[in-house]
Ligand binder design. Structure first.
Ligand code: DGY
Length: 322
């Protein structure tokens, strides 16, 4: 029997690409370019499985063709806001993602942003590399202590909880969280975490606010003029979730006016384009969507996609079916 045909839209760690080739006839994107809408539409007509990632936008219009060959979309990533899930499902396509395996890497990156911001590490590095460091003095680049401060977590799912653990057990931080529903009381006690029913309440009480909610109609633009106005001028915002959770224009205004102390961003509204105004600000740490970018995690993500494809083509329910 011939092997199912699979398109992997971007290059993956080599070990996963090799593992994929055992059970599947795999097409790789040799020059690793971001695929166009036309290429993705064609892929849906030619492959049994398509494995996209966050840069592959798959809107409703992509699923309009009368003939679609693809039976499963194995998304390489946990977030799936770039795929019109209902449209895919209406064509009988199963969609899967890769939860769990990127939890720690993403929470680690949020911690990195928090520490870099608080300790002005980006500013310090830029100064040193520009040859503008003239030696130690008591008031040089004084930052903010992280240990013992309060951290407001928006979205207490897997990644939010991992962030809470690292911050509470590693840095003695007081955890506040905003979520659709509270976590079990035993977990609250373990993490010394307090539930805030209102986002504005969390924003006004946190030294650091870290976003860990998925992008959805409910969360889109959740951090806006109104909610940012609740933050204290010495508080920091961290975003490793999705760019559209924050109204970028509002954030820029608050940073420019010093109405909040700074922001650490890994995700943006219109990636990879960034507004000039963001790049011009100093009280920011900007990273290029690196949340899951460790060798271990990117390999585990690929293996998770493979597990889903193997299950599907063996006639079983894929473990990460959405
Ligand atoms: C995710 O998995 O959602 C990461 O942001 C990369 O897509």
């Amino acid at each position: 029997m011939s092997k199912p045909r699979v398109l992997v839209t971007r290059r993956w760690p080599e070990s996963v690409e090799k593992a994929m080739a055992i059970n599947f006839e795999v097409t790789l994107n040799d020059d690793d370019h971001a695929m166009s809408a036309d290429e993705l539409a064609k892929a849906l007509q030619e492959y049994d499985a398509v494995c996209p990632c966050v840069t592959d936008s798959m809107p409703q219009s992509l699923f309009g063709a009368s003939f679609i060959k693809t039976r499963i979309i194995g998304n390489y990533g946990v977030g799936f806001d770039h795929i019109a899930i209902d449209a895919a499902k209406s064509k009988g396509i199963v969609v899967t993602n890769t939860p769990d395996v990127l939890t720690d890497a993403t929470a680690d990156l949020a911690m990195t942003l928090m520490l870099m911001l608080a300790r002005r590490a980006g500013e310090g590095e830029r100064q040193l590399r520009a040859g503008q460091w003239h030696g130690w003095y008591p008031t040089h680049l004084m930052g903010t202590q992280v240990t013992g401060k309060s951290l407001g977590i928006v979205g207490m799912g897997r990644i939010g909880k991992a962030m809470a653990e690292k911050a509470h057990f590693g840095f003695g931080m007081k955890i506040l969280y905003h979520n659709r529903k509270p976590i079990p009381e035993s977990e609250e006690r373990r993490l010394n975490a307090e539930y805030c029913t209102e986002l504005t309440w969390l924003m006004s009480r946190s030294d650091f606010v870290s976003l860990h909610c998925p992008s959805s109609p409910r969360t889109k633009g959740m951090v806006n003029e109104k909610t940012l106005a609740c933050m204290r001028p010495d508080a920091f915002l961290i975003n490793t979730s999705r760019g559209d959770v924050v109204v970028e224009k509002a954030l820029i205004k608050f940073l420019q006016k010093g109405l909040i102390a700074g922001a650490g961003l890994d995700v943006y509204d219109n990636e990879p384009e960034l507004p000039e105004a963001l790049l011009a600000l100093d009280n920011l740490v900007l990273l290029p969507h690196l949340g899951s970018a460790t060798k271990e995690t990117r390999t585990a993500m690929g293996m998770r996609v493979l597990g889903n494809l193997n299950a599907f083509f063996n006639g079983e329910e894929p473990p990460d079916k959405l």
